[in-house]
Design a protein around this ligand. Structure first.
Ligand code: PLP
Ligand code: COI
Length: 339
């Protein structure tokens, strides 16, 4: 194992020792298998390659203050992967098998879990795809479920420092009745051009508007959107955004902290009235947003005094991290502790 600089981990791929693989054939799943190869061998006519039968998940394991390893809300990821599978007609991975595979992947790669206090975590990437051949457009008869892990730091290089994001009206990520609410690779392919352009033009990420009317905020490329005003946590309700487990957790924490929570369409024109805004997700955790610029009109909204996150975003971030790191009682039962 090459030495890892835990303090400056990027959000990227670092080779670990093992990954876990399960195969679906003849209507049933195989037992999880331990593999030490970074590559897979699949049929050239596999449906994942031609017809996009692919979905993934992202969750994290943390080294706690007490030396115990915690995985955050895996049941929700298992459920979402089942929804994704259902959405594009893939075999569903049962929750028990999902759990067995992720726990094995974490346990077999323990030395890659960033030590407590370094700010990093072990990112768990479950992957499900059609591996059997088809040439006509139809679902595969065979599937592969794979879990790899890799140590990561902050998704945006700014960490918990506020970022700038860009809105625009010429690229859609997902259609209102399409696949935006499930975690399939095609959504990310559709977002790449907007993300690349946003980066090139000096922004951390792209913030998509609703595809139909271009009037409402949908979500950022890799994360949900939230805003704070009048002691209320407000987050978009839309059929084309991913139901974020982080966002769901922040809603619970916000209510617990005495805030009101609203899930509703957020008109672009409301951006000017917010006190704090941010992006949230497993990878992003909370990324406070200091500026939203609309590419079409140049209109810019600014948040965050002196380049710092707002007080409510900061409190939410601290509480979420404290629960994940075992610094605060897990009163909602979100973590499992792995041996
Ligand atoms: N939205 C998109 C498009 C994402 O890729 C992610 C990341 O998984 C999220 C939102 C956040 O979801 P979660 O909090 O479950 O990671
Ligand atoms: C996550 O937050 O886990 C994501 O999947 C976002 C991105 C890395 C695709």
């Amino acid at each position: 194992m090459e030495t890892i600089d835990w303090k400056s981990l990027p959000f990227g791929y670092i080779k670990t020792n093992y990954n876990i693989r399960c195969y679906y054939k003849d209507g049933k799943w195989s037992e999880p298998e331990i593999n030490d190869s970074e590559t897979i061998n699949i049929h050239m006519a596999a449906t994942c390659l031609h017809y996009g039968q692919e979905a993934f998940e992202g969750l994290k394991a943390f080294m706690g203050v007490d030396g115990k390893v915690r995985i955050f809300r895996f049941e929700e990821n298992a459920k979402r992967l089942q929804n994704s599978a259902h959405g594009i007609m893939m075999a569903e991975v049962p929750t028990e098998l999902f759990k067995e595979a992720i726990v094995k992947a974490v346990n077999l790669n323990k030395e890659f879990i960033p030590p407590y206090g370094m700010g990093g975590s072990l990112y768990i990437r479950p992957l499900l795809f059609g591996s059997g051949p088809k040439v006509g457009v139809s679902p595969s008869d065979e599937y592969m479920f794979l879990v790899f892990v890799t140590p990561v730091g902050a998704y945006f290089k700014e960490g918990f420092k506020p970022v700038k994001v860009q809105t625009f009206s010429d690229i859609d990520r997902a259609a209102p009745l399409g696949t935006g609410s499930i975690k399939v690779g095609g959504n990310y392919a559709a977002s790449l051009r907007a993300l690349g352009r946003a980066h090139d033009e000096g922004f951390s990420t792209a913030l998509f508007l609703d595809a139909k009317e271009k009037k409402y905020i949908d979500e950022a490329g890799p994360a949900n959107f939230f805003a704070i005003k009048n002691n209320t946590y407000i987050t978009p309700k839309s059929t084309s955004i991913l139901p974020s487990i982080t966002n769901m957790s922040l809603c619970t924490l916000a209510e617990d902290m005495g805030l009101k929570v609203e899930r509703r369409p957020i008109p672009f024109d409301e951006l000017g009235s917010f006190e704090e805004v941010g992006a949230c997700g497993t990878a992003a955790v909370i990324s406070p947003i200091c500026q939203i610029t609309d590419r079409d009109t140049g209109k810019t909204f600014s948040y965050c005094q002196a380049g710092n996150a707002g007080p409510i975003s900061t409190m939410l971030y601290n509480r979420l991290r404290a629960i994940q790191l075992g610094e605060e009682p897990d009163k909602f039962g979100w973590n499992i502790i792995v041996s």
